[in-house]
Design a protein around this ligand. Sequence first.
Ligand code: AMP
Ligand code: FE
Ligand code: FE
Ligand code: ZN
Length: 281
Amino acid sequence: MKFADLHLHTQFSDGTFTPEELVLYAQKSGLACIAVTDHDTVEACVRAAAACAAVRMEFIPGAELTAEHEDIEVHVLGYFLDTENRALLGRIAQFQTVRQQRIYEMVAALNKLGVPLKVEAVFALANCKSPGRPHVARALVKEKLIGSLDEAFERYLKKGRPAWVPKTKMSALESVELIHHAGGLAVMAHPGLNRSDEIIPALVEAGLDGIECFHTKHSTVMSERYLEIAERHHLLVTGGSDCHGFSKNKPLIGTVKLPYEHVERLHAARQNPKSKIRNRK
Ligand code: AMP
Ligand code: FE
Ligand code: FE
Ligand code: ZN
């Protein structure tokens, strides 16, 4: 059996692996195909593609766009993106600026709380255009201002906590359009995490192609629920570990194994984008 992991982060967003390290771990876990899906950037794709080609692993260039629909945050995965598409690159560059600005605001909020974190420490650690809360959390741990990453989120960075700063996001409908314009397929990420089932019909109406049924944080019951929803709306099925590096001393990559037949359906959908029967057995 061949398997894929279609949700992976690198150092170009909030993952800790370089693209080359990620591919090495993908190889160790016996994966036949991977997709890199960094938050609001496609910068890792060129290096990841080269590293995959060197070991004859299939690579799908992707991204995870931070979006919202009716005030509900939704992450939209794009697969088979043209990573040189100008509209895509232009728009995500704007959201990278938003992310960088938000780091200043989060650090200012921490400073106001008496936590002496320097913004330079966060940017030095992040060293990428698409920084986020995990970088702030890691900087807090590194500077010994807090005991652990979990504690950083619980105390300061989770939604509603004192250093949480809302982020301007693109509309989910725009994200689907942008992904299609860049030649990609648009897939709703980890629906079980956002508890956003009620917005699925609107996204389907906007042309959503698939839904991430298998994810590290989905229980078996959740995965089954989203498989049913996928069938009902004739959506493609994807899955991935959402690996950001090591988790409990192990790389998360490969812990969610998507049967390769789903990748074949993604390929078929690319050939025939309007086919309504693409996800049927
Ligand atoms: P941001 O994009 O800056 O809002 O940060 C969101 C990212 O933070 C997610 O993609 C996760 O990688 C990470 N994250 C969110 N909540 C937590 C949490 N409670 N503990 C650890 N990491 C988290
Ligand atoms: Fe992340
Ligand atoms: Fe996500
Ligand atoms: Zn992710």
